[in-house]
Design a protein around this ligand. Structure first.
Ligand code: 48H
Length: 267
């Protein structure tokens, strides 16, 4: 049987195409401007704006599907809510919404997750799934990159040594788990830029205060390491907010501005 143009289809050519493309993409991001850990809403929005501004952005996601906590809506009901204040981010990422109250917009959770992923990729963000960031590169009082491993290897506790990616800025966008800041703090004798010098722990649900704090606490927590989204609550002792996502979107946008200033200054 011949292929579309009469050439015989060879399985090994399919494999070659995948291996070549993946290897080239991976090689190109080994030195990134920004590595964002976690492909939830805050990380995808931050990445999308940074890539639009021409920065080399890599997003690493440990799960199969990017999108983080968006997919499940509220308790499996397929909508999330955002405040009107975040409408411009929805519009920038071409996400549909419907007003359900004076200040509140309902957004189809699947539309939001797929729309953020799609727009981030179109803008040039390199998203790698099935990669877990298991550690950081830290020297001279600064985070200099991430230590990565294959999620399947880690799930099976296989003794597989990791690889590394260097970055001018690393972002903890890992949500509730705040994996990256937690790892930095547990493994090193460091003082974070928090009241206690350590991650302060997430508090119970108080939506309005929580939403404001997520944006306020989007910042550099240790030289070379920034936090955005839900991980800010765990790091700075903020409240949780339930299925309202405006704070996540605005946090990602704020972070992109902070990082663009940082990258422009350090250039
Ligand atoms: C690679 C990792 C690692 C790792 C985790 O949880 P997320 O959706 O993150 P945010 O902060 O953008 O959004 C939070 C929002 O989804 C939420 O949970 C809300 C609003 N909760 C309110 C409430 O009251 O509960 O996404 C984080 C992503 C996930 O996809 C993880 O799989 C991934 O980070 N991740 N990826 N290496 N070590 N740790």
């Amino acid at each position: 049987m011949s292929g579309l143009k009469g050439k015989k289809m060879r399985e090994v050519d399919i494999t070659r195409g995948i291996v070549e493309k993946h290897a080239r993409d991976f090689y190109e991001i080994l030195e990134s401007d920004v590595v964002i850990v976690g492909a939830g809403p805050s990380g995808l929005v931050a990445g999308g704006y940074l890539a639009e501004a021409g920065r080399k952005v890599t997003v690493l996601e440990k799960k199969l599907a990017p999108g983080g906590g968006i997919w499940g809506g509220g308790m499996g009901y397929k909508y999330v809510i955002t405040q009107d204040e975040a409408r411009h981010v929805l519009e920038d990422f071409k996400i549909e919404f419907e007003r359900v109250d004076t200040d509140l917009l309902a957004v189809d959770a699947i539309g939001l997750a797929s729309g953020l992923i799609s727009e981030a990729v179109k803008r040039g963000v390199r998203i790698f799934n099935l990669i877990t960031v298991e550690d950081l590169m830290v020297s001279d009082g600064r985070v200099r990159g991430v230590v990565i491993n294959n999620t399947f290897a880690l799930m099976n506790n296989f003794p597989v040594d990791p690889l590394t990616i260097e970055a001018k800025a690393v972002v903890d966008a890992t949500g509730h788990s705040h994996d990256i800041v937690r790892t930095l703090s547990e493994k090193n004798d460091v003082q974070l830029d928090t009241l206690t010098g350590k991650p302060m722990g997430e508090r119970s649900l108080f939506a309005e205060t929580a939403e404001k704090a997520v944006v306020t606490n989007t910042r550099e927590v240790y030289p070379g390491l920034w936090v955005c989204g839900m991980s800010t609550a765990a790091v700075y002792g903020g409240y949780r907010m339930g299925p309202i996502f405006g704070g996540m979107l605005l946090s990602g946008k704020k972070l992109s501005g902070l990082l663009l200033d940082f990258l422009n200054e350090s250039r």
